[in-house]
Every structure is written in structure tokens, then in C-alpha cells.
Design a protein around this ligand. Sequence first.
Ligand SMILES: [Zn+2]
Length: 118
Amino acid sequence: MSTKKDAEIDYRQLLETEKSSLTLQLAEIGYGETGSTQLSYDSNFADSSQVTAEKSETEALVSELRSALADVNEALSRLDKGTYGICQGCGLAISSPRLEAIPTVKYCIDCASVHKKR
Ligand SMILES: [Zn+2]
């Protein structure tokens, strides 16, 4: 019988899953992963203020999704470089439960409370 260690969580798998889901969401609302930032709205609706509101709502969502996607890509490149799971603040290993909860996390709990970007 093989005993699985907690440390053997497949973070790449987690990140790839996250990446496909984000890419899909962006594609669904009409924004490709690297596509243009402009959505073309039907000109018939151009004078509707509701469209403007919807548009800015969509753009907020898109920028949120894009930044999440950038985080995922960054985490994947850290996996490639072998620096994944290492705190960018203090250089110590980030605990696995934390990585498991937030696979794109860059800081350990201590440094995150100092940086507090979110
Ligand atoms: Zn740290």
C-alpha cells in the first residue's frame, strides 16, 4: 500500500484547472485571454445608459478575471522555475494548507499581513 503524503498535492493540476476555468469565463463574456479590451456592442443599443452600466460591470469583471489569470500564469511560471510555494517576502516555504486554499498565493501568512494587498 502506498501512503500519500500531504506534500504531494498537484498544484500544477490545481492551477491548470483554475486557468481553464478563467479562460472559459473570459471567452464566454466575449474576451479572449489575450484579446482586445474593447467589446463591440451593437450600435442599436449605443444610446442606452443601461448598456453603459452593463459594460462597465463587464469590464470590472474582465479585469478581475484577467488579474486572476495573470496570478495563475505567474504561479505556473514559479512552478517551472522551482520557486513555487516560496514566500516572495521572506523566502520561506508557504504552508501547504495555505497553498491548497489559494494556489496562486505569493506570500506566507506573516508577510501577507504586512503586505495586505487584498
Ligand atoms: Zn513570508
